[in-house]
Ligand binder design. Sequence first.
Ligand code: NAP
Ligand code: MG
Length: 401
Amino acid sequence: MTTPLVEMDGDEMTRVIWQKIKEILLEPYIELNTEYYDLGLEKRDETGDQITIDSAEATKKYGVAVKCATITPNAQRVEEYKLKEMWKSPNGTIRAILDGTVFRAPIIVKGIEPLVSAWKKPIIIARHAYGDMYKNVEDKVKKGEKAELVVTAKDGAERRFLVHDFASTDGIIQGVHNTKESIESFARCCFNYAVDLKMDLWFATKDTISKKYHHTFKDIFEEIYEAEYDAKFKSLGIEYFYTLIDDAVARVMRSDGGYIWACMNYDGDVMSDMVATAFGSLGMMTSVLVSPTGAYEYEAAHGTVTRHYYKHLKGEETSTNSVATLFAWTGALNKRGELDGNAELCKFAQMLEKATIETIESGVMTGDLVMLSTLPEKKKVNTEEFLHEVGERLKRLYNAC
Ligand code: NAP
Ligand code: MG
């Protein structure tokens, strides 16, 4: 590898898996040239979260990163890790710096049929990765207080809107924002990706209720589509389809899949977990953040699998699915290879994906998949055994070429 790959390490069970993937499946085969950032919670606390910002800047510089799942601290984590502060979600911080779009697609294997029987093809979710609730300002308001929204113009003039007068009760408030620039780049990322994959693009908001905030998303998509993509879409025979978010959810459930579903930030967060679960396991969902400047950050869609980690710490055996984390590595290596014109690296990444899929299709899988697989013969293996099984198949493929 000539250009370094930005490596963002993480927490708990996925941190354990991270190390094993490198040891068993990467280091014996390729010369791993990574620039390492430890985004584990201890290191984030120690550096005042500067390490997260540095890793995002490095991604901008080099163009490709691979990220392990990380803990987003809550009150309980602050206690557990004795944190100086309740640090923000690293993913939120990285997304804000890269201002990109997250595409999540299920890894489809024979024997794991989607729980939604109508789904035959993948549904790729594109999550807007900037703003809304993830960049909010919020507060608890006391009875007798009044909350207002104040916009200050360049010349100092103010526009005030009453949010709520909490005359008779305590309450809560939240201020959210988004930017025209970010929504535009989100729209372009989605239209471009639809053209790349030759797939229909769906988009939905709640514009009937939120006549300015949500409606602006709808308008920007429509304007960009009409001005820049209509002809391209028509020549490819693909469609841009807009509807209300609740109608979209109903249509998704009865569709047969095979489209990109562009979602606002929160919808994408929630719907991607639902779609991933229905396609199999959270452990089978890949994720890539694509920035408008062409930087890519690959990761698994799931979290740090805390419950399994606590078992692991007690010395108990775990059967945690490493496929999404593995595909984060192969996605990143493949993209690095593509950008550097390193065909061998791309070939290795594809070989590793093939070995992984072959392992599951041959009936060897982790516990989450055993419950779902319709294969007649299947064997449940533990976290490390699965990686060694993939390793055996990888060795065979590697030696054969
Ligand atoms: P999670 O880590 O995704 O795990 C939720 C449950 O889903 C697990 O307990 C497990 O179910 C199942 N699961 C998820 N991934 C699996 C895998 N690879 N193999 C087998 N089963 C899997 O979500 P969470 O428990 O809500 O969050 C844990 C921590 O992760 C939190 O601190 C959160 O902040 C963080 N998180 C990080 C990211 C990220 O970095 N991208 C995303 C989400 C959450 P069973 O226990 O039933 O086996
Ligand atoms: Mg989520």
